[in-house]
Design a binder for this molecule. Structure first.
Ligand code: NDP
Ligand code: HSE
Length: 436
């Protein structure tokens, strides 16, 4: 049978890795797909740049529109990234009746609803396994493997760069900027690395996971995001001493009131497997009503781990190419006409426990004032540690763990504590989840 022809848009980290994996494993891939899969065209901005892949047999162009408009291309693989150009290219490919595979979570999180609607009209597939958690087949696991469950919640370390930074800072005492530079050199970081460190990339991925877990539209604008830039060594050490580890988690939970969608640094008990996921590795815990908690682990970024997911999508596309569109796995796991508009809770209405660190004068009555404020906002203290004042100082660090409370109550309590004349500076606050 004639090979399936692929046009790759972007020959950087993931594009180069994809070409390499497709070539190296061509025999195994053809045995699985039932047909050969061959990259015949690829695009990049700078055609003279040295690539991580060989490009013999591939016609290169600096104009990606040539590829999406080429009638000889069966499947377009979008690995450029970003919103606007990628969207135009993907929509053009779809309009031309081509199937699309992408690793672009920003594109899917922001424009996925429109893209899938266009793809359904044209009867083509848009696959995006590589968009979430790099090489971990988490989309397939939720969309297909857990299809019998009502998903209750999921929580994941879904940004490799951020996890790499937190791990290196904790284990080697390295400087934030230095580790970020290394993550960029290794090809892990986004073109704009603030996406990695401010929780935006994880927010894109959480948007996608929540949609396929709960059957809701993609709605990135409703995700609460907080980054890792404010985490101090001190908090990492105090958390460890209390039996917790700080990880940047994406959390989606279905409650009676609505759906929680949030990305933020989180204290999690050290004994949880996910607390020990380090470096660029990602892990996602998914809890279904039938199966209970399940955990998925693997490389969250990098050329070949991501290529592994891109190529798996290509194999799926080739296998399903000749099937009727209505018999294929729906893009967002649920049938398009069964997507439900379940409300997403504003962050103020989210309930979680907290780690608080404040600096207060070491004199009688101060702790009582703080406790009174917390009590007035219905916040119960779970644990409290008062450290010795540093040499020559009269202020002491106070560390508290609270029980579950509403975010808006905590915000009000923190404002009142910071207004006390006996408390100096800002109260450091990190949310805490037991993931039980
Ligand atoms: P790179 O920056 O390494 O590669 C991007 C490629 O697109 C390059 O070949 C670049 O050309 C080309 N390109 C960039 N801008 C344009 C433009 N305006 N017009 C035409 N071509 C352009 O990115 P990655 O491979 O790291 O990422 C690609 C996608 O995969 C992104 O959506 C990213 O979020 C996603 N992703 C990345 C992962 C990773 O580990 N890196 C993991 C999972 C997903 P040139 O090389 O000439 O500059
Ligand atoms: N920048 C992303 C990360 C790439 O570090 O997780 C993988 O999506």
């Amino acid at each position: 049978m004639k090979p399936v022809t692929v046009g790759v848009l972007g020959l950087g980290t993931v594009g180069g890795g994809t070409v390499n994996v497709l070539k190296r494993n061509a025999g195994e891939i053809a045995r699985r797909a039932g047909r050969e899969i061959v990259v015949t065209r690829a695009s990049a901005r700078d055609l003279n740049r040295t690539r991580i892949c060989a490009t013999d047999g591939i016609t290169l162009t600096a104009d990606p529109f040539e590829i999406v408009n080429d009638p000889d291309i069966d499947v377009v693989v979008e690995l450029i990234g970003g919103y606007d150009l990628a969207k135009q290219l993907v929509l053009t490919a779809i309009a031309n009746g081509k199937h699309v595979v992408t690793a672009n979570k920003a594109l899917i999180a922001l424009h996925g609803n429109e893209i899938f609607a266009e793809a359904s009209k044209k009867g083509v597939m848009v696959m995006f396994e590589a968009a979430v958690a790099g090489g971990i087949p988490i989309i397939k696991a939720i969309r297909e493997g857990l299809a019998g469950n009502r998903i209750k919640w999921l929580a994941g370390i879904i940004n490799g760069t951020g996890n790499f930074i937190l791990t290196e800072m904790r284990d080697k005492g390295r400087d934030f900027a230095d580790v970020l530079g290394e993550a960029q050199a290794l090809g892990y970081a986004e073109a704009d690395p603030t996406f990695d460190v401010e929780g935006i990339d994880a927010g894109h991925k959480l948007t996608i996971l929540a949609s396929i877990a709960f059957g809701i539209p993609l709605q990135f604008e409703k995700v609460f995001t907080e980054g890792i830039t404010k985490i101090t060594r001190l908090d990492v050490e105090y958390a460890e001493a209390l039996g917790y580890r700080i990880k940047n988690l994406g959390i989606a939970r279905k409650t009676e009131e609505g759906i929680e969608l949030r990305v933020h640094p989180t204290l999690i008990p050290k004994r949880r497997l996910i607390a020990n996921v380090d470096g660029v590795m990602n892990a996602v815990l998914v809890c279904g009503d039938a199966v209970g908690p399940t955990l998925y682990y693997g490389a969250g970024a990098g050329a070949e781990p991501t290529a592994s997911a891109v190529v798996a999508d290509l194999v799926d596309v080739v296998r399903a190419m000749t099937s009727d569109p209505e018999n294929r796995v729906p893009h967002l796991a649920f049938q398009a006409d069964a997507i439900a508009d379940i409300p997403v809770l504003p962050v103020d209405e989210i309930k979680t426990a907290y780690y608080l660190r404040l600096t207060a004068e070491d004199k009688p009555g101060v702790l009582a004032d703080v406790s009174r404020i917390l009590a007035a906002h219905n916040i119960s203290i779970e644990a409290l540690i008062q450290k010795e004042p540093p040499q020559g100082e009269t202020s002491v660090p106070i560390i508290m763990l609270t029980q579950l409370t509403l975010e808006k109550e905590m915000n009000a309590a923190i404002a009142a504590i910071e207004a006390l004349t006996t408390v100096s500076g800002k109260v450091a606050r990190i949310r805490l989840e037991t993931l039980g």
